[in-house]
Design a protein around this ligand. Structure first.
Ligand SMILES: [Zn+2]
Length: 321
């Protein structure tokens, strides 16, 4: 069986792994991205990382057929560049594919990171075998990857999928994209933490303070933990968060009607505390009409490894033509 290297490049770290053609992760490695540095240095480190992973294979190195890179922003695989990224120093003339391919001797493919996660889930994860599946990743931001008609949907310019920057609340929370009230400003882990902090400032007696102190910080878990301990302020934070998330998910369902919509990322670790109310809301509010099958809303299955696996599978599918 052929093997591939999947690289999940982020603003903080680059996680990479060896993945077989059936999506099994065989080995992994993680380095700091150092995104403040020149692109050349980052690419050198990524090439070193790929070479180091390949070296662990010994004679099996001959099985390696290619490298897939999942990058934030707008990668253009045809040109082998990232056209735009808000948190990496790549520019439209940074020849990423060429640089890595030269150093490693392997063909290199570029794809958006959220799209990689969605592809992994649609091929070997919670939406395995499903031709129309959308994966939302709730983390620092909100990622949205769309597999439609069995293929990643890119838009004409590779920039599709920025569902995080659709407005839920006109005039609402400011967003780095320049608009106000974007979905990301209500549904990301960052937003949940912001609202938890605000509730703590308003409610000095809330159990939120105790859980934040025990963990040493306010995290996306804080509000859920305090809610489960019966705290009112925490229940409000969680229910506001879930309401906004549910409205966004319902919008997405109404536009795309995927067979499966998956929720992943850090916040999804809350499992059914998060998902059950979202599912109920979407069931009640999505525009299905009578006799129409409903979208299945579920948790993503591959966790932090989805990006690596999806990048590798994308390289495998390009390899197969
Ligand atoms: Zn925005």
């Amino acid at each position: 069986m052929e093997w591939y290297i999947g690289m999940d490049l982020g603003g903080t770290k680059c996680a990479a792994g060896i993945v077989d053609a059936e999506g099994r992760l065989l080995a992994r490695d993680s380095i700091r991205t150092g995104a403040h540095r020149p692109a050349r240095e980052i690419l050198d480190d990524m090439a070193d990382q790929a070479i180091r992973l390949a070296a662990t294979l010994g004679a099996d190195r001959a099985r390696l057929r290619g490298i897939g890179i999942g990058s934030p922003g707008t990668p253009d695989n045809h040109q082998g560049v990232v056209l735009y990224s808000s948190n990496l120093p790549f520019r439209a003339d940074t020849a990423i594919r060429e640089a890595l391919s030269e150093r490693t001797g392997l063909p290199v493919h570029l794809e958006n990171d959220a799209a990689c996660a969605a592809l992994a889930e649609a091929r070997v994860g919670a939406a395995r075998g499903v031709a129309n599946a959308v994966t939302l990743t709730l983390g620092t931001g909100v990622g949205c990857g769309m597999v439609l008609g069995d293929r990643i949907y890119h838009g004409f310019n590779n920039a599709a999928g920025e569902f995080g920057h659709t407005v839920l609340v006109p005039g609402g929370e400011p967003c780095p994209c320049g608009r106000r009230g974007c979905f990301e400003q209500y549904a990301s882990a960052t937003a949940l933490i912001r609202e938890t902090r605000r509730a703590m400032a308003r409610r000095p007696a809330s159990l939120l303070h105790r859980f934040a102190r025990d963990e040493g910080k306010v995290s996306a878990r804080t509000a859920f933990q305090a809610m489960r301990a019966g705290d009112d302020a925490a229940s409000e934070v969680v229910s506001d968060y879930i309401r906004m998330l549910s409205e966004g998910v319902t919008n997405l369902v109404n536009i795309l009607m995927p067979a499966v919509l998956l929720v992943g990322g850090g916040v999804s670790n809350e499992g059914d505390s998060l998902l059950a109310p979202v599912r109920d809301y979407v069931e009640e509010h999505a525009y299905y009409g009578e006799n129409v099958p409903h979208t299945k809303i579920a948790l993503a299955a591959l966790g932090n490894e989805a990006g690596i696996i999806g990048a590798a599978l994308m390289a495998a599918e390009s390899d197969a033509g």
